[in-house]
Design a protein around this ligand. Sequence first.
Ligand code: SF4
Length: 72
Amino acid sequence: MIVKQDRKKCIGCGYCADFSPSFWEMNNTDGKADLLNSHLKGDIYQYKPLSFEVDEFKQTAELCPVKVIIIE
Ligand code: SF4
């Protein structure tokens, strides 16, 4: 399983960082969310969650109003 963030489409609402501050942080420079400990592959930031982290990422993905957080 992998978490992906299409960061360029992030609108900076902050819901992810409010709900899940262990994994998301708002960037002071451009106002978008950073997926912590992720790596950039192409245009997409990726993070491989541990099994106990998956539920929180799924809930966060549902909260994102523009659906740029994808769990695969
Ligand atoms: S919830 Fe989605 S749109 Fe809002 S800051 Fe997080 S990644 Fe960006």
